[in-house]
Design a protein around this ligand. Sequence first.
Ligand code: HEC
Length: 332
Amino acid sequence: MKNLSRLFIGAMPLLMILESCSDMGEPEVLLPQMEVATTSIDFSTVTIGSPQTRQIQIINRGEGQLNGELTLIQDSSVYALQPHGVFALSSDDTLSAELTFTPSAGFTYAGQIVISSDDLGNPEHMIGVTGVGTALPVPALTISTSILNFGTILTDTSSQQQIILSSTGNDTLFISSIDFDLGVYSIDATTPLELIPGASRLLTITFQPDVAGTFSGSLTIVSNSPSTPDVVSLSGAAETPVSYAGSIQPVWNASCGGCHGSNGGLNLTSHSNIMLGTSQNGPVVVPRDAANSLIIRRLNGIGGLMPQGGPALSASTIATIETWINQGALDN
Ligand code: HEC
């Protein structure tokens, strides 16, 4: 109060006042001194919509009251400063302001906090502000294929195919179940299965039918991916193997044995003997390739009909022999 009464004396010019003051000894002028440690704030990457905060402290180290104003400058409205506007700080007092960053899109946002003050040594303090918005973490499942075909196999045998499950999102993928709608299919995986972003898993699916037929099924994978459930279509067929002992050897016995016994040349008395073929012409049965098996050609009359002198075997009997060869000429 003493200072004020000295400064405002009528319309006296300021210089004169100061002079008159100096005449009366040193005036007691209490000066504010603003201290702000923060010069920049980098929020780095922040998930869209999730607020992050940082503190800014303004300290008055001087002896007089500090008067100032806190202003936030930004192009968008992703930053919020609390408090802001004018402030007054007594000596040794601290003002804590909180800056909040809530990105609304996947952009880099720049801003600036300007603190103006009546500290003549530090009339304006700038704080550069930056932050980057990133998309919400979302898990994703990518499967190497959506269709698996196991072809045709024999009953009581099995066929395997592989698939790769990849975690292609930016959040951990949790697979809660992997199920088949048909019992002929199975997989070498136990659930739950956890895959971090970028990880993948190779799995083997087994098709093992015990009866003949076609098996159109599906593999259903349930996870926390937005695409759940993910489905892989499965197909496979099974046929009953032709029995050599029950359907083939009896044909040789009935129609060929008289000439193809154990007295030299082609021996058709057993599976092992027929597979030996002949010393002259080599194999007569090529497993899985009936068309190129000499025995089928001769049964069809190519290069001389067998049985020699006829009559030819029935078309259905020849077809059964072809199936036996194409199934691998098993000794079953
Ligand atoms: C009446 C006697 C006779 C009967 C029955 C007969 N074959 Fe032959 N087969 C022969 C003779 C002889 C040859 C050798 C001459 C030739 O290749 O034509 C031969 C040759 C073959 C060959 C060619 C391989 C070789 O030895 O050079 C095949 C394969 C064959 N027979 C299969 C059969 C089958 C299968 C049957 C029964 C469905 C059958 N044959 C019935 C007499 C017979």
